[in-house]
Ligand binder design. Structure first.
Ligand SMILES: NC(=O)c1ccc[n+]([C@@H]2O[C@H](COP(=O)([O-])OP(=O)(O)OC[C@H]3O[C@@H](n4cnc5c(N)ncnc54)[C@H](OP(=O)(O)O)[C@@H]3O)[C@@H](O)[C@H]2O)c1
Length: 253
């Protein structure tokens, strides 16, 4: 299926270490860029050329202006621990943005993390639940699980996409990737039919970056269910908390 190429993208997590290069990359690729910020004082952190919009990603009712007229959303937000933060921020931002879209179609790109399906790592279940909302939304999407940010050597720029989320040692041994390359993959995915309905772990190998990622996306297996195509089946929907199941039902309808 071929989708209309999106033109206006909302970046969630716009002030973050991936959000900022994502805005720059999207502007360089010719998108109109809207940047979600918590308060007007954060507008100074947004690269010139993007339009800051104030909203609270923890409250869907504050996101109407942010999603108005967008045809794509890139999620780069994330919490850093703290009681309940993964649910409120990592999961909540995706839930609330999808609720604010209220069924209007949008191309989605969601960043989570390598090891998201490792249930022993605190907070990862909420990233995975956010992924499930994206898959359930009925929108075209790409889910990118990066390895460790900027731990790559200068000659490690070849973009490698893995599936199955099999490496989870909570160390750079799980893979490394430059922040600017995460931004590029997220933005490139919006224009790529080959990237649609794909979930991937993103790391770097030795060598130069590919000029075009179509073949790299195309080599991946397409998702067909609540989790990534090759993910382990270790979080059954039947055992999920009732509010999470309710959110999935609401996003599906
Ligand atoms: N570091 C790594 O190697 C690595 C690897 C893979 C995945 N990750 C994941 O990447 C995610 C992002 O990491 P990062 O280093 O890019 O983080 P960051 O620079 O701190 O950016 C986080 C973004 O989320 C927003 N945010 C966080 N809490 C919020 C809240 N309560 N309300 C509104 N906005 C909130 C921040 O907004 P403000 O600027 O307003 O705070 C910021 O825009 C993390 O969840 C991490 O698990 C990290």
């Amino acid at each position: 299926m071929s989708y209309t190429t999106p033109r206006t993208v909302l970046v969630v997590g716009s002030t973050g270490s991936i959000g900022t290069p994502t805005i720059r990359e999207a502007l360089a690729q010719g998108f109109q860029v809207r940047a979600l910020i918590r308060d007007a004082g954060r507008a100074a952190h947004i690269p010139a050329g993007a339009e800051p919009v104030v909203g609270d990603l923890t409250r869907a009712e504050t996101l109407a202006d942010a999603v108005d007229g967008v045809d794509a959303v890139i999620f780069t937000h994330g919490s850093h621990g703290g009681r309940g933060q993964a649910e409120i921020v990592d999961y909540g931002a995706v839930r609330n943005t999808l609720l604010a879209l209220d069924g209007r179609p949008a191309r989605l790109a969601l960043m989570t993390a390598v090891g998201t399906t490792d249930r022993a790592t605190e907070g990862h279940d909420w990233k995975r639940r956010a992924e499930r909302l994206v898959r359930a939304s009925g929108n075209p999407y790409t889910i990118v699980r990066p390895g460790w940010f900027d731990y790559n050597a200068p000659d490690e720029r070849c973009i490698v996409m893995r599936q199955g989320d099999t490496q989870s040692t909570a160390s750079p041994a799980d893979g490394v990737i430059a922040r600017d390359q995460i931004a590029r993959v997220l933005v490139d995915s919006l224009r790529s039919d080959a990237a649609d309905h794909k979930t991937l772990e993103l790391v770097a190998g030795k060598g130069a970056a590919q000029e075009d990622l179509t073949a790299t996306f195309a080599a991946l297996e397409r998702d067909d269910g609540p989790d990534g195509a090759l993910d382990k089946d270790n979080m059954p929907l039947a055992a999920e908390p009732v509010p999470v199941v309710d959110d999935l039902d609401q996003i599906r309808n």
